[in-house]
Design a protein around this ligand. Structure first.
Ligand SMILES: [Zn+2]
Length: 311
């Protein structure tokens, strides 16, 4: 029975090795993280700080930026208020063993948010602005019925206060646990942002890494201006699904924000450190406020109109 003894010994060795591996909690609490570039572990504090804004100083990889940090950075601390969003029935499809309710409870505890969308009303450079951001730490940023209602609330606030609307979009799409109910959110949110546009209020969407599924296919995809944070991945179905369906090698730039600028899906990509100023420049031009590029300079002069007619 030598082979059996050897097998038991090998099994116990494997168990020991598994026990030796760091737990999820230990990884979360560690000061170090796996490198996004280079070969050595990097200090989390070199990326996750107020100067770097959760971006890598070496390769500029953009890590998720929690919505409250995002609003603090955009509006300035204490220069914005969080808007209450509608509270709906949790788990409308009554999943067995409370599997969805448990996920919701864990996400709420981890993020201190009701749903994946946070709505804010604030002021920057003397301009009142409504904004909402998706938190990918809340069940992957999935859009539930309640998240869609939060987006509609943001649209209402923008219209009531006659402010532009700025969306920070990331996540994988509509939440599976609410099936067709969450899919309705796609149509509802598009109708919501269309109401903002009907009121002649600018609607700017910023794709942040990564944005897929029902998010890019609904409210995020119908903005007046579409920006992206540097090196964001944007698409509908993920690369693996597309590759399996087409059975073709995909170009390395597939679904990257730089490629989407080339194809016209996206208007510009910027580093997180500079994107706020770019948004403000666009808003000032659209709303004809004081700007480095004045509205007059930006308009076509009579002379140039007549020249183009001649041409
Ligand atoms: Zn890096």
């Amino acid at each position: 029975m030598n082979w059996l003894t050897n097998l038991i010994k090998a099994g116990s060795k494997i168990k020991e090795r598994i026990r030796e591996r760091a737990t999820r909690e230990q990884i979360k609490n560690s000061k170090w993280m796996s490198p996004c570039c280079g070969n050595t572990p990097i200090l989390k504090s070199s990326i996750f700080n107020e100067e770097q804004l959760n971006t890598c100083p070496s390769c500029s990889k953009h890590f998720p930026f929690p919505p409250r940090d995002r609003m603090n950075h955009f509006f300035g601390k204490n220069n914005w208020e969080e808007i209450d969003t509608p509270k709906l029935h949790d788990d409308p499809l009554n999943w067995p063993n409370d599997v969805y309710k448990k996920k919701l409870a864990a996400a709420r505890k981890a993020t201190n948010q009701r749903c994946s969308v946070l709505v804010a009303l604030g002021e920057r450079e003397g301009m009142k602005i409504t904004s909402f951001a998706i938190n990918s730490a809340f069940i992957g940023g999935a859009i539930s019925v309640e998240s869609a209602e939060a987006i509609l609330k943001a649209c209402d606030v923008a219209i009531e206060n006659q402010t532009p609307l700025i969306a920070w979009s990331e996540g994988g799409g509509q939440i599976m646990f609410e099936s067709g109910l969450s899919l309705q959110g796609m149509a509802r949110t598009v109708l919501g942002v269309n109401e903002v546009k009907k009121n002649n209020l600018p609607y700017i969407n910023i794709y942040t890494n990564k944005c897929y599924g029902g998010i890019s296919a609904s409210f995020a995809g119908v903005s007046d201006i579409a920006f992206a944070e540097k090196s964001s991945m944007i698409g509908f179905a993920g690369q693996h699904i597309v590759k399996n369906q087409t059975r073709e090698e995909l170009p390395s730039s597939f679904q990257s924000s730089s490629e989407l600028i080339r194809t016209g899906f996206c208007d510009g990509e910027f580093h997180r450190k500079e994107i706020n100023d770019k948004i403000m420049t666009v808003l000032k031009i659209l709303l004809k406020k004081n700007s480095a590029i004045s509205a007059e300079e930006n308009e076509i002069t009579k002379d140039s109109q007549s020249l183009s007619k001649t041409a």
